[in-house]
Design a protein around this ligand. Structure first.
Ligand code: NI
Length: 389
């Protein structure tokens, strides 16, 4: 099953839309222009449109037939606070803001599918087109869910797609089970007793305690978690002291933890607390651990992953579909949708990019060669899940 020729015939228009979004990037929960563009195009195509879900989120609904089955397809719309270094004509017009994660392409691929689905309606059921805001760390998916997404649009399953640099164009990567990690942040405040650096016996040194803590935290991934379960504890900031000759009264450590399964995520936090308590007792300092919960792990359900694999395989050939790839320790807030419903989040190859640059690089650009393929994938997925008869 090749790409859909009617979508291929619109490649130039889709490229124009994608480059227009790229040139006008908007940060999390500020996607006003993008949301307007998405909503007005869908209205023009006769799609029922709901605006303002999770602040700037937009949802389109296309129904046909009487099966009662409902599936969700999700794209994210937000850009990053990065100054674009590209010089091509569709570079960002907004200083300090760019589409460095390809969400401009995600939005356009779903629009390409939306137009085709609205026109042909070659399915039996309801398609919910989810254009979510604020994927980049601000929790747009959770905002949509808090705004009643699942009550208003009761999808049976939900699907996502992310462009993946380094993977050749024309390839898909589909992984049953965990595909992206959880991401939490932490603050650890160590309080001791400051004093003269020449008389350390009269102080309680939070820097020595902090140094011991940084080392001890490394034993969580190395010695407490099963080596086959991914976990990361990274201390990324260590703030303490101001003078050459004074031991400070306190130190602040900050960082991030990652895990691929909820049980590992919780075990990591339990060990962090034990280690903080132990170092505090051993060194006579007080240690306060604060957790800031971020995104949960993104865990694809096996049945839905296999469905996506079949659809992608029919589009590009089974040899072009990588199955059960190593997960990424990066995070993704599509995970919030998957906490409520079965579904699958796939990677679509974006090619090498300029100089092999990665996501969130200031030279990043979504590959327009993907627009037709990605839109075709969405349509074929709908036609398979909501097959007529
Ligand atoms: Ni992204």
């Amino acid at each position: 099953m090749p790409i859909i020729s009617e979508i291929a015939a619109r490649a130039a228009t889709l490229t124009e839309i994608r480059r227009d979004i790229h040139a006008h990037p908007e940060l999390a929960f500020e996607e006003m222009r993008t949301a307007d563009l998405v909503a007005s195009l869908m209205e023009r195509w006769g799609i029922e449109v709901h605006r303002g879900i999770g602040q700037t989120g937009v949802v389109g609904v296309i129904s046909k037939g009487k099966s009662g089955r409902v599936i969700g397809l999700r794209a994210d719309m937000d850009a990053l606070p990065i100054e674009e270094a590209n010089r091509f004509s569709h570079r960002s017009r907004h200083p300090g803001c760019m589409h460095a994660c390809g969400h401009d392409g995600h939005t356009t691929m779903l629009l390409g599918a939306a137009e085709y689905l609205a026109e042909h309606r070659n399915f039996d059921g309801t398609v919910v087109l989810v254009f979510q805001p604020a994927e980049e760390g601000r929790g747009g998916a959770a905002a949509m869910i808090a705004d009643g997404f699942f009550e208003r649009f009761p999808v049976d399953a939900i699907f996502g797609m992310h462009n993946w640099p380094g993977m050749p164009v024309g390839r898909f990567g589909i992984t049953p089970g965990p595909v992206m990690a959880s991401a939490d942040r932490f603050d650890i405040l160590i309080k001791g007793h400051g004093g003269h650096a020449a008389m350390p016996h009269l102080t309680i040194d939070p820097i020595v305690a902090g140094a011991a803590l940084v080392s001890a935290l490394q034993t969580i991934a190395a010695r407490s978690i099963d080596p086959l379960d991914g976990a990361v504890v990274s201390v990324t900031q260590f703030h303490a002291g101001e003078a050459y000759n004074a031991i400070p009264g306190q130190a602040l450590l900050q960082g991030t933890t990652r895990a691929l399964r909820p049980a590992v995520r919780e075990a990591t936090w339990a060990r962090m607390q034990q280690i903080c308590d132990g170092i505090a007792a051993a060194q006579g300092v007080s240690i306060e651990l604060k957790r800031f919960e971020g995104y949960p792990p993104t865990i694809n359900t096996v049945t839905e992953a296999e469905l996506c694999r079949a659809v992608a395989g029919e589009l590009v050939g089974v040899e072009q579909v990588d199955w059960a790839l190593r997960p990424s320790m990066g995070a993704e807030d599509f995970s919030h949708f998957l906490e409520h419903r079965p579904g699958c989040y796939v990677w679509i190859g974006n090619g090498p990019g300029e100089g092999g640059c990665t996501l969130h690089n200031q030279h990043y650009d979504f590959n327009d060669d993907n627009l037709v393929l990605g839109a075709s994938y969405w349509v074929r997925l709908v036609e398979k899940l909501l097959a007529v008869g």
